[in-house]
Each structure stands twice: as structure tokens, then as C-alpha cells.
Design a protein around this ligand. Structure first.
Ligand code: KDG
Ligand code: MG
Length: 402
């Protein structure tokens, strides 16, 4: 079963997405998400100019061999552009394999390990009262896990504060928005926020929080300790994770569970974190960490060390990646939770999909392959619209992690 054609579809139904479509000699096609928020065209070019020409003529069934061919064959290893491109090819090949065997991808990955996958939604507010109301909204929608973020008095544009109730989109047109950050104000504000949330909702709902890489290890340790009475499901990205050993400081001081991984591209980015037991949840995802094949390897390593998965699922991951994540989540034994930020109605129309949400959980559906398609005619009505993620500065103007 030879690959005879491939193309990259770049569209912007509410936000930018890069989608790879590979076609076989039998006319079966598979899709892969290749979206890298704010750097989309680099991956589109990598695929169009350097990868698709190598795929034409290859056997679409050789998924692992193709992965290794693209990874080792490029000589230049790892990195978000390379790994998103490889991820898109890998996901598209799993889609093709499922379609040709008339089976949903999760059945090819070992079958379902659970009935459905628990997801968490994003509750954001400009004030504590608004955040409490937003959590209530998610609880009323049936969610059993909710991430809570809130603006901080005196900190303009704190991370995670959305523009609407269900949709959160940090990338903006034009030059990057510059936001201002104060760690001092943040550290004073967050523990009482979660104490109020627990007072309001009790302990039946899982509460999560994303620090978005903004603290030092000792600051993160202090926050984790202060949050212990609120019993978070996880504290996400407490520090930038290039230095994996730095997580030891956090671990030595707090029992608050730690989650990390949305910017990771390979198993090498998290091997030390997992092997030393420095984290509780690994948040790599299909689109940025080398596709379903590589995610399976990360999950297998994590399983040995009691680390569970918690795939990233922000709206800059297209419905194609979301479908891939759900097949992965349903099949791996050590699944923890899946992030689910709802896509806008325009995005959902461009990418019709079989996955569904009910009672705080999702299921990928039983359509052959990934169970997601792209309406290319509709996609063409939404041309690429450049947008950047914000740049963050401390109060004195120093550039800080966003
Ligand atoms: O493109 C960046 C987003 O994916 C990221 O800011 C979202 O941190 C995020 C999350 O946990 O969803
Ligand atoms: Mg995050």
C-alpha cells in the first residue's frame, strides 16, 4: 500500500491550523495535525519541502519504520518543528491503518483500557467571584475536573484569563501582546483563591492549576506547600523544564502533584523527570511529541515509575490532534486526565469528528481510523492569519517566561 500523494492544508477557522493529508494508491487518506502555535509555516514548509517528497512511494503500513526514517534520517534530531512534522506523518499513518483495517485507532493500540476518558475544562475569571462562577459553569456541564485561573490584582493579563466563558485563545494578530508579571502578587493570591474554591465546591471536583512556567524551583515549592490543604489534582508547569534536575527542589518540599510536558518534543525531555519520580503527570501530546508511536513509548516509561498521562489539549491543537489524543488516552493503562478546551463552532465545522463529550468524559468514537475529517472547501474560506503568543515581562521590564 504505497503513499502516492501528500499535501499540507493551512487554514484559520477562528485560529490557525496546519493539517497533513497523506493519500495511498487505494485512495485511502489519513490526517495528521502539525500545528505549532505562532510558528505554523515552519512546520508546513518542513513537511512540504522536505518530508512529503520522501514519503511518496513508501509503504503506508510501515509506521514505526517511517518514524525512525524521518527521525534518524534527518540527522538533526528533536526540536518542535521536526517533531511536529514527524507527529503529523505518524498520526496520518495510524489513521490510514485504521481505515484500511476498518477499526478505530484505539483498537490497534491494544483496545480500550477504560470506558471513556475523564477531561478537564478551563475556568477563568477576572476576579475570584468570576472564577468561582466559571468553575460552577463547568461543574454544571458535567465536568469532574476543572482547571482554575484568575486575573491577579495589579497584574495585567495574568496567564489563562479568557475572553469568553468557554473559549480561550492567547495568540493574537499583529506583534505579540506584551504582558506584565509579578511573582510576589501571584504567590499571595493563588492559595486563598483555591481555599475559596474548596469552600464553595468541597472536594468532589478535581481542581487543577497552570503556573505556565513562571516560578523558580523554590517559589514553586512554596506554592505547592501553600496549596496542600486545597488538594489539587495537579500543579502544572511550575517552572521552565529545560533543567529537569531543578524539579528535585519542588519535590523535596511539597506533596502537591506536579504535571509538566506540553512543550516537550521527545522522551528525552522527560526521561529524568520520570525516572527520578520528580513528576506525577506527563503532559506531552500527540502533535508536539512525535505522534502516537512516540507517545506510547513515553507512556510505557511513565508507567514503570507510577507517572500517569495528562495530554495537553488546548485549542491550538486541532480536532485531528484531539482525536489522536483520545485514542491514545483510551488505550494506555496509566492514563490520568485529558485537557479539553472546546474548539469554536467554525473549527468544528471544518473538522467534522466522531469524538464526543458526556458527563465530564470523552470517547473517540468507533469510526475507522481517527474518526476525524477535514472539509477542504470550507477550510479554503479561512486563509492563514498570522498570530503570535504573548511575550511576558516582569514589572521592571525584564523578559520573563510567558
Ligand atoms: O499555544 C500555547 C498553549 O497551548 C498553552 O498556553 C496552553 O498552557 C496551556 C494549557 O495548559 O492548555
Ligand atoms: Mg499549560
Amino acid at each position: 500500500m504505497r503513499i502516492v500523494d501528500g499535501k499540507v492544508i493551512v487554514c484559520s477557522p477562528g485560529r490557525n491550523f496546519v493539517t497533513l493529508k497523506l493519500v495511498t494508491e487505494d485512495g485511502v487518506y489519513g490526517l495528521g495535525d502539525a500545528t505549532l502555535n505562532g510558528r505554523e509555516l515552519a512546520v508546513a514548509s518542513y513537511l512540504t519541502d522536505h518530508v512529503i517528497p520522501l514519503l511518496v512511494g513508501r509503504d503506508a503500513r510501515r509506521i514505526e519504520d517511517t518514524w525512525q526514517y524521518l527521525y534518524k534520517g534527518a540527522y538533526w534530531r528533536r526540536g518542535p518543528v521536526t517533531m511536529s512534522a514527524i507527529a503529523a506523518v505518524d498520526t496520518a499513518l495510524w489513521d490510514i491503518r485504521g481505515k484500511t483495517l476498518n477499526a478505530p485507532v484505539y483498537q490497534l493500540l491494544g483496545g480500550a483500557s477504560r470506558e471513556s476518558v475523564m477531561v478537564y475544562g478551563h475556568a477563568n475569571g477576572s476576579t475570584e467571584a468570576e472564577t468561582i462562577a466559571a468553575v460552577k459553569n463547568y461543574v454544571d456541564l458535567g465536568y469532574r475536573a476543572v482547571r482554575a485561573q484568575c486575573a491577579i490584582p495589579g497584574v495585567q493579563h495574568a496567564y489563562g484569563v479568557g475572553r469568553g466563558t468557554l473559549y480561550y485563545e492567547p495568540a493574537q494578530k499583529g506583534r505579540p501582546l506584551e504582558t506584565v508579571w509579578s511573582t510576589e502578587r501571584y504567590l499571595d493570591f493563588v492559595p486563598p483563591l483555591f481555599a475559596s474554591l474548596r469552600k464553595e465546591f468541597g472536594y468532589d471536583v478535581h481542581l487543577l492549576h497552570d503556573v505556565h512556567h513562571r516560578l523558580t524551583p523554590i517559589e514553586a515549592a512554596r506554592l505547592g506547600k501553600a496549596l496542600e490543604p486545597s488538594r489539587l489534582f495537579w500543579l502544572e508547569d511550575p517552572v521552565p523544564a529545560e533543567n529537569q534536575a531543578a524539579f528535585r527542589t519542588i519535590r523535596q518540599h511539597t506533596t502537591t502533584p506536579i504535571a509538566v510536558g506540553e512543550v516537550f518534543n521527545t522522551i528525552y525531555d522527560c526521561a529524568q523527570l520520570i525516572e527520578e519520580g520528580l513528576i506525577d503527570y506527563i503532559r506531552t501530546t500527540v502533535v508536539h511529541a512525535g505522534g502516537i508511536s512516540h507517545m506510547k513509548k513515553i507512556a510505557a516509561l511513565a508507567e514503570l515509575h507510577h507517572v500517569r498521562t495528562g495530554s495537553h489539549g488546548a485549542t491550538d491543537l486541532s480536532p485531528v490532534a484531539m482525536a489522536g489524543a483520545l485514542h491514545f488516552d483510551l488505550s494506555v493503562h496509566n492514563f490520568g486526565v485529558q485537557e479539553y478546551m472546546r474548539h469554536t463552532p467554525e473549527t468544528d465545522l471544518v473538522f467534522p469528528h466522531a469524538y464526543s463529550f458526556e458527563h465530564g468524559s470523552m470517547h473517540p468514537g468507533d469510526a475507522p481510523g481517527l474518526g476525524v475529517d477535514i472539509d477542504e472547501t470550507l477550510a479554503a474560506q479561512y486563509p492563514y492569519d498570522p498570530a503570535y503568543l504573548p511575550v511576558n515581562r516582569l514589572v521592571d521590564g525584564t523578559v520573563h517566561s510567558w
